[in-house]
Write a protein that binds this ligand. Structure first.
Ligand SMILES: Nc1nc2c(c(=O)[nH]1)N(C=O)[C@@H](CNc1ccc(C(=O)N[C@@H](CCC(=O)O)C(=O)O)cc1)CN2
Ligand SMILES: Nc1ncnc2c1ncn2[C@@H]1O[C@H](COP(=O)(O)OP(=O)(O)OP(=O)(O)O)[C@@H](O)[C@H]1O
Length: 195
C-alpha cells in the first residue's frame, strides 16, 4: 500500500466534515447527544470537558445543554497562556463571557476557581479530524490534546477520553505517532466504536 501523507489525509477529512449541510450537522448533533446520554461513562460523570465546534466538527451544543440540564459541570479547552502547546480546562456556564482565541474559537475566561485539573475531570469529549477502529485520533495538527492528556496514561488516571465525530471521519487505519494518545472510544451518529 502506498504511504499516505498525514497532511493530505488531514485535509481530506477536514474537507469531508466541512461539506456536510446545516441540516446534516444538526441531525448528527442530536443523535450524538442521545448516544452519549446512554453511556454509563456519561451517566456517572459529574465533570465533563467538551468543545465548541469549529471547521465542520461534530457540534456538541445539544450535549452541552444536556449536561447543564442534568447538573453536570462543563469545561472547555483553553489555550494555555504560558505553556505553548498545552490546554487548560476551564468552566463553561450559560453566562460565561467568551473571547475568541487565535484560531477564532470562543473560550471562557481563566480564573483560579474555574480551572479543572486533569485528574478531576471524569470524562473528556475530544474533537477530531479522523479516527480509526483502534481508537487512534488525528486532530488539527497542533498536538494540543496529545500533550495535555499525556498524564492520563502515565499516571493511570481514571479520566475517560471519548472522541465525537461524524461517520464520514472514520478512516481504515491512521498512521500512529509515538506521542499519540489513543481514545477510549468514539461516538458518532451511527454508532459507538470502542477499540
Ligand atoms: N473546537 C476545537 N477547539 C479546540 C481544538 C480543536 O481541535 N477543536 N484544539 C485542538 O487541538 C485546540 C485548538 N487547536 C486548533 C488548531 C488549529 C486550528 C486551525 O483552524 N488551524 C487553521 C489555521 C488557523 C490559523 O493559523 O489562524 C488551519 O489549519 O487551517 C484550530 C484549532 C483547542 N481548542
Ligand atoms: N507529548 C508531546 N510532547 C511533545 N510534543 C508533542 C507531544 N504530542 C505531540 N507533540 C508534537 O505536536 C505535533 C502535532 O502532533 P499531531 O499531529 O499528533 O497533533 P494532533 O493530535 O493532530 O493535534 P491536536 O491534538 O491539537 O488536535 C507533532 O509534530 C509533535 O511533535
Amino acid at each position: 500500500m502506498a504511504k499516505i501523507n498525514p497532511a493530505a489525509l488531514r485535509q481530506h477529512y477536514r474537507q469531508r466534515r466541512r461539506s456536510l449541510t446545516e441540516q446534516e450537522q444538526q441531525q448528527a448533533s442530536c443523535r450524538v447527544r442521545q448516544r452519549c446520554e446512554e453511556l454509563p461513562q456519561y451517566q456517572r460523570a459529574q465533570r465533563i470537558a467538551l468543545y465548541l465546534a469549529n471547521d465542520g466538527e461534530l457540534d456538541p451544543t445539544p450535549l452541552i445543554q444536556a449536561c447543564w440540564e442534568q447538573g453536570k459541570e462543563v469545561f472547555l479547552p483553553v489555550l494555555h497562556p504560558f505553556c505553548a502547546g498545552y490546554l487548560l480546562f476551564v468552566a463553561y456556564r450559560p453566562d460565561s463571557t467568551m473571547a475568541a482565541n487565535r484560531f477564532g474559537i470562543a473560550e471562557p475566561p481563566i480564573h483560579c476557581h474555574t480551572l479543572c485539573p486533569l485528574n478531576q475531570l471524569d470524562l473528556i469529549f475530544a474533537p477530531l479530524v479522523a479516527f480509526d477502529h483502534n481508537g487512534n485520533r488525528m486532530g488539527m495538527g497542533g498536538g494540543f490534546y496529545d500533550r495535555t492528556l499525556k498524564p492520563i496514561h502515565r499516571d493511570h488516571l481514571s479520566t475517560q477520553v471519548l472522541g465525537l465525530a461524524h461517520d464520514c471521519q472514520r478512516a481504515d487505519l491512521l498512521p500512529v505517532q509515538p506521542w499519540d494518545i489513543p481514545l477510549h472510544g468514539i461516538v458518532t451518529p451511527g454508532g459507538i466504536f470502542t477499540p
